[in-house]
Write a protein that binds this ligand. Structure first.
Ligand SMILES: NC(=O)c1ccc[n+]([C@@H]2O[C@H](COP(=O)([O-])OP(=O)(O)OC[C@H]3O[C@@H](n4cnc5c(N)ncnc54)[C@H](O)[C@@H]3O)[C@@H](O)[C@H]2O)c1
Length: 262
């Protein structure tokens, strides 16, 4: 066995939703570094939220709004027509509704609740439904992003008024993603499609890292005593995307510095 070749992505066509974002862009980079053609699917091509403005590093950008079925349909059709195959889909994009001051569950409206479930869970369902027909013939790998808050509740005592305070619909949606991953893995196994998820722990982006005191509290909740660095999610994604993960399906890789293990 040539173990180095197990991670080789040459000839594979990969799509990363949210590939412009903080963690998604690292997924794009590692898949490209290992030889894949990578399509970034997002509502914006350039990240402007942070001091460094950076364009996503993919081979192709396709506008995709993950709240809309037709946008996913257009994405997969466009990529298939252009490259003739879709080997890997990383469902990384997500949007929340009701974070920060609006997160109090006693005051959350039905509309905000539903919008948050759309941004965390419905979008993954729509993506799966629309991409599976394009992957059935050759097989492939689908990787869904969960969250540590799909496994455990946020410890609301440490959040105070932080804008990083997560609403209840976020974690509920992410917990659903883990289960949907198992169901989809079972459904697609006969076609040679593997479906897995990755679960990030605390990876505050450069803006959120400015809240120094709050980030100390986040760091203290991990066994390793620090927050994650954005590139530290990428290895798990490469493992699941490549032949190195060829016997893995229906599972979840947790990358959280030990947050959920004590
Ligand atoms: N960063 C963390 O600490 C953390 C922790 C747990 C889970 N996660 C999960 O990891 C994934 C990536 O998180 P991140 O920190 O990179 O987030 P991010 O906000 O940096 O990136 C999200 C990306 O999704 C895109 N997006 C937003 N709304 C969209 C829409 N309607 N259609 C298409 N694209 C849209 C944004 O433009 C952005 O590029 C998410 O699923 C998130 O829930 C992150």
């Amino acid at each position: 066995m040539d173990y180095k070749k197990l991670f080789d992505m040459t000839g594979k066509v990969c799509i990363v939703t949210g590939g412009t974002g903080y963690l998604g862009r690292e997924n794009v980079k590692i898949l490209k570094d290992f030889g894949a053609t990578v399509v970034v699917a997002d509502i914006c091509e350039t990240e402007t939220r942070w001091e460094e403005t950076e364009k996503s590093a993919g081979d192709l950008f396709v506008y995709c709004d993950i709240s809309k079925s037709e946008s996913f349909r257009n994405l997969y059709q466009t990529v298939y027509e252009r490259y003739g195959r879709i080997d890997v889909v990383v469902n990384c994009a997500c949007f929340t509704c009701g974070a920060g001051a609006g997160s109090n569950m006693e005051f959350m409206s039905d509309e905000v609740w539903s919008a948050g479930i759309c941004g965390s869970l419905d979008c993954v369902f729509m993506s799966l439904r629309e991409c599976i027909p394009f992957m059935k013939e050759k097989g492939g790998s689908i990787i869904n992003y969960c969250s540590m808050y799909g496994l455990v509740s946020p410890d609301l005592r440490i959040y105070g008024d932080s804008p990083q305070r997560q609403p209840p619909n976020y974690g509920v949606g992410k917990a659903g993603v883990e289960q949907l991953t198992r169901y989809a893995a079972c459904h697609t196994a006969p076609y040679g499609i593997r479906v897995n998820c990755v679960t990030p722990g605390p990876f505050p982006n450069p803006n959120n890292q400015k809240e120094k005191e709050f980030n100390r509290k986040l760091a203290d909740k991990t066994m390793l005593g620090r927050i994650g660095k954005s590139h530290e999610m990428a290895g798990a994604v490469l493992l699941l995307a490549s032949d190195a993960g060829s016997f893995m399906t229906g599972t979840n890789i947790v990358v959280d510095g030990g947050w959920t293990a004590w």
